[in-house]
Design a protein around this ligand. Structure first.
Ligand code: HEC
Length: 736
């Protein structure tokens, strides 16, 4: 044995030992002083090695400071704050409900600067989950998107960086393609970005949020040069003719359909130079007649070369998606033990409650994945559901899969009877049964896992909060909704409403018998009692929350929709309107890339008559899953309804939006619940060891960091979700 070989062996043994004994960790408590990126670190693990706040002393945790954004005041119609802020060198950067960006002193909450992307313009409102930091020497930048603009700010003073794009701003449509390729001008349609991208060297790699209807832009992954704002590379998630994956669509799909976008964020392995991300479903959500095939790279976990955007591997989690089963959160880069070896892996949670685990280099599943046959008989005309769908054999799903009679709520006899009645009259079947005209109750249109994401620790434990919510999906013939030959004559406003708005808001006739409060989207039947023309008009232009802007519809058409909603249409229903309707249909055919022949009934969550979830608890839960073995360490309800607790009902868990934070102090922090509390769980047992009633719901993920030797836990408390009161604060906690 040469000395060199011996040394190599020694290094190898030492490395193996270190890897096998992850408990011998670097306990340097200043190492994770910052929270430099969305998701905590490049691996997206929402994990911190800080231990000052730990199981023994967490009971003493108390508010250290509050930063009031000045927005979402009591009584205001607020926006939730979904932002997980970042902290660099003692400065916290985050966003306000109205999408302003701020910097505050992370030890005191004192505002350093604030930037309004819409100054002098009509504001846009949409979810915004965070910002990105980049630096090179003294050049320190904050990058973020608002509406269809990508901005670069000087991190020190909040001023636009003039040399970036046009005076600090880049059109976020750049790089998507052109009219010659697509037959329509991509710049005409909506795009925004709800989750921040990642930095690799001098590149900002980013996904996007696009429409899920006939006006959807393609969800290509793009890299922008951080210094200039120029597009550096594009990975087309809907391939063009000749590109890999093109054959998995109909011939002209790419000219009609969009989506397959990464709206939930991505993570990066800097050493390998690889970026990992999950994509959403292709448009339109529930009908695939114009996209026969498996539809690569929609609903995929994808590994790209961060330098070039070239695909390294992909794995499709839903083939030919007919259920809106987007990948709803970024993956986690973790390390697991396999046959005595440590393997670098990628874990991806899904809306329907699976966690897939892949080898990071090859994309090979580390637990077997079965392709399970799907019933084919009842698909909608023109569609061709995929015959199988992937199911990982491990871990077991963390959310309910297929509704059975045994799942139906027994909270009260009345609630049970109500849900049973809908169940009996609906189309029962496995969860991968294609949507149809009868209607069915299913899980997974919303998570399962949600955008708050998952946390992971160095031992390969993944922590995921989940939801067991039921949805009512019923398709309709679009001619019926559009006022075509099949139906009665409809007004121009109603036709426009049905094609543009009903997918979320439902038409009158589609509204389920449950009360308005049980709908995931506001029911607009009596909107005239709540809002005036002067309020609705601007809302259609700006959008709000998950409601997109409709600026691309002409002013006259927007006015016609408002007339329809306020029942102030002047023209009587008659032949002339029928003619007009036909004209609109042609015009819209020309201006929208695609008109689906079947449309869904709105995004309707199905609840019991008292507005509780329609199935047995847990309704919301928190899980700790050992990805070395695929076994659960624990599973507990997350949150409770105070009034049910008073009746002696054990914690049910509640619907939850916002992610976990795990620390080496043995703690998991999470808010996210209907009861508006921030909680700390013991990571070993799943027991609640501390809780704090926030001034408004914390529908965001918490962060931790250290300034001047003091560890803080901070979270945005924006409320507003689930009909709760709004709030406009960020709150930081520390030990006394
Ligand atoms: C992608 C889903 C979606 C689409 C499409 C959509 N909306 Fe909305 N809409 C929402 C959501 C979500 C809200 C609640 C927004 C909030 O306050 O956070 C909303 C709110 C509203 C409100 C205010 C209701 C209230 O009680 O405050 C009006 C009015 C409205 N939408 C009209 C429309 C019209 C008209 C269209 C079609 C031109 C439309 N929406 C299309 C999702 C949608």
């Amino acid at each position: 044995m040469t000395i060199r070989f011996q040394i190599i062996c020694l290094i190898f043994i030492a490395a193996t030992l270190c890897a096998l004994v992850p408990a011998i960790r670097d306990q340097d408590d200043t190492k994770d002083a910052d929270w430099p990126v969305y998701g905590g670190n490049n691996a997206g693990n929402r994990y911190s090695s800080l231990t000052q706040i730990n199981k023994d002393n967490v009971k003493n945790l108390q508010p250290a400071w509050t930063y009031d954004t000045g927005e979402n005041k009591p009584g205001e119609r607020g926006m939730d704050i979904q932002c997980q802020p970042i902290v660099i060198d003692g400065v916290m950067y985050g966003t306000t409900p109205k999408l302003k960006v701020f910097a505050v002193d992370a030890a005191t909450g004192k505002e350093l600067w604030k930037f309004d992307p819409f100054e002098g313009k009509r504001p846009r409102f949409h979810p915004m989950r965070g910002v990105v930091y980049w630096s090179e020497g003294n050049d320190k930048r904050i990058l973020f998107t608002a509406g269809a603009s990508l901005f670069a700010l000087n991190a020190e003073n909040g001023q636009l960086v003039e040399s970036f794009g046009k005076n600090g701003e880049v059109d976020f449509h750049d790089g998507l393609g052109d009219e010659a390729t697509y037959g329509y001008d991509p710049y005409q349609f909506n795009i925004r970005n709800t989750t921040p991208g990642v930095i690799f060297k001098n590149l900002l790699i980013t996904g996007s949020s696009v429409s899920e209807g006939g006006d959807a832009l393609p969800g290509h992954i793009r890299a922008f040069d951080v210094r200039t704002g120029k597009v550096a590379w594009v990975f087309r998630t809907i391939p063009l003719p000749g590109e890999y994956g093109y054959e998995s669509w109909s011939k002209d799909s790419y000219k009609k359909l969009g989506g397959a976008n990464c709206w939930a964020g991505m993570v990066i392995d800097e050493k390998r130079g690889m970026v990992f991300l999950g994509t959403g479903s292709p448009s339109v959500d529930f009908y695939g007649g114009a996209r026969k095939g498996s539809n690569l790279f929609a609903n995929c976990v994808i590994a790209l070369d961060a330098e070039t955007g070239k695909r390294i591997w992909h794995f499709q989690t839903v083939h030919h998606d007919l259920w809106d089963r987007d990948i709803p959160c970024p993956p986690n880069l973790i390390r697991v033990r396999r046959n005595g070896k440590i393997v670098d892996a990628v874990a991806q949670a899904t809306k329907d409650g699976y966690i897939f685990l892949f080898d990071r280099d090859t994309g090979k599943p580390l637990f077997p994945v079965k392709e399970v046959a799907v019933p084919q008989a009842k698909s909608l005309p023109g569609d061709q559901p995929w015959p199988t769908q992937p199911v990982p054999v491990k871990p077991a799903p963390f959310a309910y899969q297929t509704l059975t009679e045994a799942d139906i709520t027994t909270r009260t006899p009345e609630a049970h009877a109500y849900v049973l009645d809908r169940f009996r009259s609906s189309n029962k079947g496995p969860k991968n049964q294609p949507p149809d005209l009868t209607g069915g109750l299913l899980y997974g249109i919303g998570g399962g896992a949600e955008w708050g994401g998952t946390a992971a620790d160095p031992e390969g434990i993944v922590y995921v909060n989940g939801n067991n919510m039921l949805w009512w999906l019923k398709m309709r013939d679009a001619r019926e909704v559009q006022g075509g030959e099949k139906s009665q004559v409809l007004s121009r406003g109603q036709v426009l409403f049905n094609t543009n708005c009903a997918a979320c808001h439902a038409t009158d006739s589609q509204t389920s018998t449950a009360s308005a409060a049980t709908q995931a989207y506001p029911v607009l039947k009596d909107i005239g009692q709540r809002m005036t023309r002067e309020q609705i008009g601007p809302l259609l232009e700006t959008g709000r929350g998950r409601m997109p802007s409709f600026q691309h519809i002409s002013k006259e058409d927007r006015a016609a929709i408002v007339d329809f909603l306020l029942k102030t249409e002047t023209k009587p229903a008659g032949n002339d309107i029928h003619v007009q309707t036909a004209t609109i249909a042609t015009k819209r055919d020309a201006s929208f890339p695609y008109q689906p022949p079947y449309v869904n009934n709105g995004n309707v969550q199905f609840r019991d008559p008292d507005n509780y979830p329609a199935v047995k608890p847990p309704w919301g839960m928190l899980n700790a899953i050992d990805m070395n073995t695929g076994e659960y360490l624990w599973k507990v309800p997350l949150g409770e309804y105070p009034e049910l607790a008073k009746q002696g009902i054990p914690p049910t868990g509640t619907e939850n939006h916002g992610g976990p934070l795990v620390t080496a102090g043995g703690l998991l922090f999470i808010a996210a619940t209907y009861d508006e509390k921030l909680r700390a769980f013991d990571t070993q047992t799943g027991k609640v060891v501390w809780e704090y009633p926030l001034p408004a719901g914390g529908f965001a993920s918490p962060v931790t960091y250290m300034v001047d030797g003091k560890q803080y836990i901070a979270i945005a408390a924006g409320g507003t979700r689930y009909g709760l009161k709004p709030g406009g604060n960020y709150i930081a906690f520390a030990l006394p």
